[in-house]
Design a protein around this ligand. Sequence first.
Ligand SMILES: NC(=O)c1ccc[n+]([C@@H]2O[C@H](COP(=O)([O-])OP(=O)(O)OC[C@H]3O[C@@H](n4cnc5c(N)ncnc54)[C@H](O)[C@@H]3O)[C@@H](O)[C@H]2O)c1
Length: 337
Amino acid sequence: MRKIRVAVIGCGKISGMHLESITALEEAELVAVCDIKSERAAEKAEKFYVKAYTDYHEMFEKEELDAVHICLPHYLHTVVSQDAFRKGIHVLCEKPMSIRYEDAVETVELAEQCGLQYGVIFQGRYNTHARFIKQRIEDGRLGAVKCARAILSWYHPDEYYSRSDWKGTWDKEGGGVIINQAIHSLDLSNWYINSVPIEVQASLHNRAHKDIEVEDSAEGLIRYENGALLAFYVMNNYLVNEPVEIRLQCEHGKVVYTKGEAVITYADGTVESMKNKPQEIVSYTGGASYWGTQHAVQVHQFYKAVLGLEALELSGRAALKTQKLVCEIYQSNDGRI
Ligand SMILES: NC(=O)c1ccc[n+]([C@@H]2O[C@H](COP(=O)([O-])OP(=O)(O)OC[C@H]3O[C@@H](n4cnc5c(N)ncnc54)[C@H](O)[C@@H]3O)[C@@H](O)[C@H]2O)c1
C-alpha cells in the first residue's frame, strides 16, 4: 500500500500530538514539517528525521504531499486550508476551523469542489465514554436530550497569553475561552442535542486577564429548534484545572459526563457507566491532560477517508454546526467585553 505523504504546518504546543500520531500510523509517512520559526521546525525535523521548511508554499511545491495537518494560530486556519486545497492536498485542521463563519463555509465549499477531505479536530468526540453517550441517545435508551449544562473551569495564567504572539487577541485568536477551550464542550453538547440553535444569548467577560483583549469567562443559554436548552458556564480564570463536566437530561434518563467517566441513570433507577479508555495507538504524554489522548484515533479515521476506505466522520461540513454556534455566541455579546 502506498503511504499517504503527510506534513505538519505549525510546530508549536499541539504539534507533538499530531507528529506522534502520524508516525504511529501505518497508513502515513511524515515527510516534512513547517514553522515560520525556523528553530521550531528544525527541532521537530531532527526528532522525526524529516525535512524542515519555514514557508509552507515552498513545501507544497517541493514535497508532493497528499495531506497536511494544520496546527497554526486560528486566523491562519482557513487561509492555509484553502491554499492546500488549491494544490490538491487533503487537510486535517485543528479546531476552530476559522474565526469567521463565512470563511469556514467558503473553505468547506472549496474542499467539496476539489473533491478533497477536510477534517476538523474535535478529539473529544473520540473519547470512549463520549461515544457511549451518543450511542445511548441514538439507540433510544436515553432518547433525545431535553437540556444540557456544560461547565468548564480551567487555569490559564497571564504567562499563557504573554508567551504567545497570537493568543488573547481578537484578530489572531478570534476570542478567548469560548473559541479556544470551551469549543470542545460546546461541540460535544451540540453533537448530543443534534438540533439547530434558534436563539443564542450569552454574556462574555474578562475578569482576571487584564493584559488581553478577549473574554476569559462566559455564560449563556442556547435554545434549539427541537425545544432543547444548553446552558454553559466557562472560565479560564479559575485557580486549578477542574475536569470538564457536561450534564444531560434526556427523555429516559440523565447523564453526568466528566473527563474520565460517563454515568447514566435511567428513569427506572438503573445505572450504567463507562470509563474513558485511553487510545492505544500512541502514548503521548507531552500535552496538557485536559487535551485528552484521542487525537490519534481521529487522525486514523481521517486517513481511512483519504484512502477512500471510509466516509470522513468529522468533516468540515459537520464541524460547521459548532463553528456557527461559536460565532453566534460572540455576536450575541456584540463583541464587547
Ligand atoms: N485539540 C486540542 O485539544 C488543542 C489543544 C491545544 C491547541 N489546539 C489548537 O492547535 C492550534 C495551535 O495551537 P498551539 O497551542 O500549538 O499554538 P502555538 O502558538 O504553540 O503553535 C503555533 C505555531 O504556528 C507557527 N506559525 C505561525 N504562523 C505560521 C506560518 N505562517 N507558517 C508556519 N508556521 C506558522 C508558530 O510559529 C507556532 O510555532 C490552535 O488552533 C489551537 O486552538 C488544539
